[in-house]
Design a protein around this ligand. Sequence first.
Ligand code: FAD
Ligand code: DLZ
Ligand code: SF4
Length: 539
Amino acid sequence: MADAPPVRALRLVLGDQLSHGLASLRDLDKARDVVLMVEVNDETRYVPHHRQKIVFVLSAMRHFAEELRDAGITVDYVRLDDAGNSGSFSGEVARAVDRHGPERLILTEPGEWRVLEQMRGWQPGLGLPVEIRDDDRFFASRHRFGLWAEGRKSFRMEFFYREMRREHAILMEGLEPAGGQWNFDHDNRKALPKDIVPPKRTLFVPDAITRAVIELVAARHEGHFGELDGFGWAVTRADALAALAHFLRDALPRFGDFQDAMKTGEPFLFHSVISPYLNVGLLTAREVCLAAEAEWRAARAPLNAVEGFIRQILGWREYVRGIYWSRMPAYAATNALDARRPLPWFYWSGETAMNCLAQCIGDIRRHAYGHHIQRLMVTGNFALLAGISPAEIEAWYLAVYIDAFEWVELPNVHGMVLFADNGLLASKPYAASGAYIDRMSDYCAGCSYDPALKTGPRACPFNYLYWNFLIENAARLERNPRMAMPYRTLRGFSEARRTEIVTDATRFLGSAEVKAGPGTALPSGPVAAQLALDLDTPR
Ligand code: FAD
Ligand code: DLZ
Ligand code: SF4
């Protein structure tokens, strides 16, 4: 038998690069190239990921490898428990280079800064040419965002979004936006009436591959956050397309109206629940936006819903990626509000008398999911008002959601939630009192605190924490024109009222409920060890 020809190119595909059209899979020579995919401890453990997130990524990787093999492509796939697995991307690439002796290594730029840093060391380390290709699965390349951002003092998403609409001819009528407006948010943001029942989410029954990964993760990641029971995520492109079709048919028409609503036991409401599929590459942003636009053109969904949905993807998703890549690594290090409080243990355990937080955290434990307003106005709002350290709360956001990858998590948390970037991303902090949560949810009815009370032990903590936040940050925020109104109200408060606010906030923030110390907080076991490890590591 003739010897196999020497390997021409080794092509690495990462766990969030599961797209058949990926840049590093183009021009692949089936006869001579090898695709490398590796499950590594570094990636499954850099934060204590929700266990459904690990199952999702590894199972989707294994299914993708099968699809490549079915297409006649040679795949070298390293499993987490394979003997000799070094546990890191660098170690596994080096071992694969030894196995195959390729002429060159072809990569697609990764989603995260820390991985790009590793890749940059491979060419000198391995002594072979390494080609890093642009990830063109986004509407705007890093270069394109840079052109837009150049020379700007303020990076408002809305202006970037309009350029993207024009450039990609999405929801346009000639040179004008469809319906004569760029943004229909004034028609959105309604609370959910009692008689409107959200559609049931499509669940995908785990196949043999997924079941094997569930067993692996249950055995190896026992101490990680989150439940494994009821895993029902799509792990193939075919199933992700089915989830998208379900959203377009059953939820999109009401997406806009109830985008900001929250309801006990209903985390998904009219949301698409496709972010994990977009983020690992099972769906592309372009096909999702075009499919939503087609629903409006066919008069199956109203414009306020379709525009609102497309804005999240063509606008926010592209924009936060641009901010991330144009500002890292310095972006992660700022702490404009000097927030230093350790993360309260209830973020992991859900054990808090604040029902809104307990419900949102319970949803995350069960589903690895929370929608935008739960993330921003409940878990995020509390972190902002309580002055939680950016690194600690960011590690939490990166761990608990199935869709969490740093390029999208970090700007949302660091910029939008915490204002830690001093307003680069958001023009003002999204701080709110209990009244907002009461208006947009049914959580307060089941809470032992009262959103109508402003002070005292039964008052909703968000109420006095909100004013306490304004008092503590007056020197930093008072001159922000968008904060003029609340500061005007604060100036009208008597000295006694201000003292009461500060006293209530100090008592609450010092209470056992909020502390992250021994006795109330840190558990023993792998999560604690992991947290200590990760949070002490400079990011
Ligand atoms: P839908 O509400 O149906 O929205 C449609 C799509 O728009 C989403 O799938 C997502 O791809 C995109 N999108 C919506 N809002 C944003 C946004 N602010 N930034 C980027 N894309 C957006 N999204 C992630 O994908 N990963 C994260 O780690 C993440 N962390 C977040 C942290 C905080 C504090 C906040 C406020 C938001 C975060 N988001 C993140 C954005 C958003 O909350 C999720 O994308 C959304 O909740 C996912 O659910 P969905 O697919 O049902 O979204
Ligand atoms: C999130 C994740 C996990 C949990 N495990 C792996 C893995 O074992 N192998 C892999 O290639 N990718 C994994 N990922 C996704 C990576 O963390 C992601 O590709 C990088 O963060 C770059 O964005
Ligand atoms: Fe949350 Fe306050 Fe409402 Fe309780 S009363 S659910 S703490 S907003």
